[in-house]
Ligand binder design. Structure first.
Ligand code: PEP
Ligand code: MG
Length: 325
């Protein structure tokens, strides 16, 4: 089976009717890059930088970070690498930072919220990213944005560090795309307000589902409510893609849903441009997409959006794929 799929390794990801999408890998450590390449990744769609900060007793230096980012960019070059700025907090703790205990960590000072408060830490990461930018095709992505001011502040700090580096004579990439994750319902519902300010969105369904359904992604008791195909999620995803398209921006997805065989036909139909998943899912997804007609799934998606429940939607997708309906 693997050898059968391996013929797809070097091929572009095309639907049956010729629509091109990008299949990228999520990585959480540098070793994952080789696996991504071996599995035919067309880029890195989510580089979780938390690993640089975890399992140690001090913050990583600018130099350490620079070395890791440079390695990833060079290894993937000219393919894109979307590096996400630090997403600590929630369930991911950094004991050496002595962050205050919160009663609702997932609704607390997580990710960019912490970075905007601890600007020293954030600026160090931004400088390392900027310095690494000339070694490949870097795209920088900010996590956990709820309001426009957060995005503008993150961009302002990035621009400040960029100007400082330029003044120091450091060579940077000519253009670095800037994107944000859509993982908070407020950002999804207001995606049209964010779209003019970014080059791309990446939908983080792991969090978007938990926040939309108010169901902790780790809590088994409410797992029944954790429904990526619920009509509410499909509507949010559709709106985000439409809002981006109006501004000529691209949309990816880097939550688990992007690699799920039941979701892929609908996501393709909704016009998703980039699917980022664990490396092992890429070749099966490429094969699946090659068997799907994008134009047809676009109208199936419209039908799915009018359905009342996850059950109806998943049944519909299965039946349609089997050609039952
Ligand atoms: C997500 O929320 O979907 C996501 C990709 O980010 P993480 O799983 O790292 O929170
Ligand atoms: Mg997330």
């Amino acid at each position: 089976r693997r050898t059968e799929l391996s013929r797809l390794r070097e091929l572009p990801s095309l639907s049956k009717d010729g629509k091109r999408v990008e299949l990228a890998a999520n990585i959480g450590k540098l070793d994952d890059i080789q696996r991504a390449i071996d599995n035919g990744a067309e880029g890195i769609g989510l580089f979780r930088t938390e690993f640089l900060y975890m399992g140690r007793s001090t913050l990583p230096t600018e130099e350490e970070q620079f070395t890791s980012y440079k390695y990833a960019l060079e290894k993937m070059n000219p393919k894109p690498v979307v590096i996400r700025t630090l997403d600590i907090g929630g369930d991911k703790e950094l004991p050496y930072m002595e962050l205050p205990k919160e009663s609702n960590p997932f609704l607390g000072q997580r990710a960019l919220r912490l970075c905007l408060d601890r600007q020293d830490l954030f600026r160090t990461q931004l400088r390392a990213l900027l310095r690494a930018s000339r070694y490949g095709n870097l795209k920088i992505m900010f996590p956990m944005i709820a309001v426009l001011e957060e995005l503008l502040e993150a961009k302002r700090l990035l621009e400040e560090e960029k100007q400082k580096l330029i003044a120091e004579g450091v060579e940077l990439a000519e253009h670095i795309e800037i994107g944000m994750m859509i993982e908070i319902p407020a950002a999804a519902i207001a995606a049209d307000l964010f779209a003019p300010e970014v080059d791309f969105f990446s939908i983080g369904t792991n969090d978007l589902v938990q926040y939309t359904m108010a169901a902790d992604r780790m809590n088994e008791t409410v797992a029944y409510l954790y429904q990526p195909w619920h009509p509410s999620l499909l509507r949010l995803i559709r709106f985000v893609i439409q809002a981006a398209e109006k501004e000529g921006k691209w949309v990816g997805m880097c939550g688990e849903m992007a690699g799920d065989a039941t979701a892929i036909p609908l996501l393709l139909g909704l016009g998703l441009h980039e699917f980022s998943m664990s490396a092992g899912g890429i070749l099966p997804a490429r094969e699946l997409i090659s068997q799907l007609n994008q134009a047809e799934w676009s109208s199936h998606a419209v039908q799915a959006l009018s359905m009342r429940s996850t059950k109806e939607i998943t049944q519909f997708v299965e039946d349609t794929q089997k050609g039952v309906t």
